[in-house]
Design a protein around this ligand. Structure first.
Ligand SMILES: Cc1cc2nc3c(=O)[nH]c(=O)nc-3n(C[C@H](O)[C@H](O)[C@H](O)COP(=O)(O)OP(=O)(O)OC[C@H]3O[C@@H](n4cnc5c(N)ncnc54)[C@H](O)[C@@H]3O)c2cc1C
Length: 465
């Protein structure tokens, strides 16, 4: 992963005793760190299961934009006010990121970058035109554009940055309030407090808890497996000779997304495609090749490549705010967590301190009960569970799966894992690009030798042999 080399060499201590505190933030990605930044008071702490910035944020493309593929169109077709409020929220988020970077003087390569929304399909042009008319009505400076035989619209008050340099700054500033390598495995309400149990056996008792761990490890009250889907994408990075100082995304699938990142003499082109709801027939290697082909990169040296998964909400809006008395959540960013992650910190800060609930009408997690549906991932999961569908293994060469046991051979050594996800029993798929075991239903990920990496699973899948 491109951003991995920027992770700072600083480890915060893990929790070594029971604690009683005022506020606990669970998860050290962009949402958790931003929340800690805004709430920075003496009795507020953050726990991170692994190390800060090692989650989904590490695999982002780091665009800071409101031209977010088809979201504005989808909201417009439902209700014009939804689109107006969402646009306002994203513009506020961009302003917020700029203010934080300026105030704290954060060297995170924040760069103005024109955002383009493009297509080569006639049907999409009509929809993009609706977004154009809408943006005009909201006094956004938008114009029609053409780029590399794709057509669409362009705005210029948008940005790109290095998300890990941004997070590093917050980590250094707030390090006294962070516990790393401390995973929360259970949250219990005891009278008015929350008792959070960690994987090391210690507990943190807190008056308020804010969950920013991306895919939560509990089912109730949000029932995310039934109300959201997963989107997985493949990213390929090559070195470029020139920097066009723009970013683009295509309107409909197959998504083509692009941005550059300049670091000293190196200009990196970050290419993303193959965005899809994963299945048990995942073939990440072949998806990586599709990205290379789609962008005509066959002659170029691939310097980095990876896959990443985010949560997609059925109504295209994130979940930010209160889920219970003194229990808050920020997740479901629909692959737009740079703006929404930072904004969630501000929203939760305001709600806790001033009782002012920003964007409650669009982001309130309570709305989930109203639109709860059984999405494709849930059905896929259920069918797999009942019928015992096995992952497609034709394309593996160093991996064997037999009776739900996976054997990965690395340099003559064999590693044994259980290929059923401990979370909700989905069969796991081996990801040849990242060398991980991935759950296509709910995005849990494990190292090739079975250690938990990401997602809602509370356990490892390692088998002793
Ligand atoms: C391919 C791809 C490209 C993207 N590109 C963009 C983009 O260009 N612009 C944009 O705005 N957004 C983008 N996104 C979306 C964005 O990257 C994510 O929405 C965002 O990074 C999520 O941040 P987070 O803080 O919620 O989650 P994370 O970064 O995953 O942070 C959550 C943290 O919680 C920790 N954790 C998990 N469980 C526990 C537990 N039980 N106890 C303690 N800690 C725990 C994890 O280890 C992790 O560090 C993209 C997403 C994808 C998949």
């Amino acid at each position: 992963m491109l951003w991995k080399k920027y992770l700072i060499d600083l480890t915060c201590p893990s929790l070594k005793e029971n604690q009683t505190i005022d506020t606990l933030i669970i998860g050290g990605g962009i949402a958790g760190l931003s929340t800690l930044y805004f709430l920075n008071k003496s009795n507020v702490f953050l726990v991170e299961a692994k190390t800060v910035g090692s989650g989904v944020t590490l695999g982002t493309t780091g665009k800071i934009t409101y031209l977010q593929q088809d979201i504005l169109y989808k909201l417009l077709t439902k209700n014009g006010n939804l689109a107006i409020n969402y646009l306002k929220s994203q513009k506020d988020a961009i302003k917020l990121i700029k203010e934080i970077v300026k105030r704290e003087n954060i060297a995170c390569d924040l760069e103005q970058s024109n955002s383009l929304l493009l297509t080569n399909k006639v049907n999409d042009l009509e929809k993009i035109d609706k977004i154009y008319q809408f943006l005009k009505s909201q006094k956004v400076r938008v114009k029609y554009t053409e780029y590399q035989k794709l057509y669409g619209i362009m705005v210029n008050d948008t940005y790109t940055f290095n998300p890990i340099k941004f997070i590093n700054y917050l980590k250094i500033k707030l390090q006294d309030k962070i516990y790393e390598n401390t995973k929360i495995v259970n949250i219990k309400k005891v009278k008015k407090d929350y008792v959070c149990e960690t994987d090391k056996g210690f507990t943190i008792k807190a008056k308020k808890v804010i969950i920013t761990c991306q895919y939560p490890f509990f089912l109730k009250p949000l029932w995310l497996p039934a109300s959201s889907t997963i989107e997985k994408s493949s990213i390929v990075v090559v070195k470029e000779k020139t920097n066009p100082h723009l970013n683009y995304i295509t309107y409909s699938k197959p998504i083509l997304s692009y941005r550059t990142y300049e670091d000293g003499d190196n200009i990196y082109g970050i290419y993303l495609s193959c965005s899809h709801n994963p299945t048990f027939k995942e073939n990440d290697k072949s998806n990586q090749n599709k990205v290379i082909k789609a962008f005509n990169l066959t002659e170029k040296d691939i310097v980095y490549s990876w896959t990443n998964m985010d949560i997609m909400m059925g109504d295209n809006l994130p979940l930010i705010g209160k889920v219970d008395n003194n229990l808050y959540i920020a997740t479901g960013f629909n692959t737009w967590g740079m703006t929404n992650g930072v904004l969630s910190g501000k929203i939760i800060y305001e709600e806790i301190n001033n009782n002012k609930v920003m964007y409650d009408n669009i982001f309130n997690p309570g709305r989930i009960k109203k639109y709860q549906k059984f999405y494709k991932s849930f059905t896929t999961n259920l069918i797999a569970f009942i019928k015992g569908i096995k992952p497609n293994k034709k394309w593996y060469d160093s991996v064997i799966i037999n009776n739900n046991v996976g054997i990965v051979k690395v340099k003559e050594k064999s590693y044994y894992v259980k290929t059923i996800c401990p979370h909700l029993k989905c069969p796991l798929v081996f990801n040849e690009v990242d060398k991980t075991w991935d759950c296509p239903c709910h995005s849990s990920r494990f190292t090739y030798d079975g250690k938990w990496l990401k997602g809602p699973s509370k356990e490892n899948i390692t088998l002793k042999k």
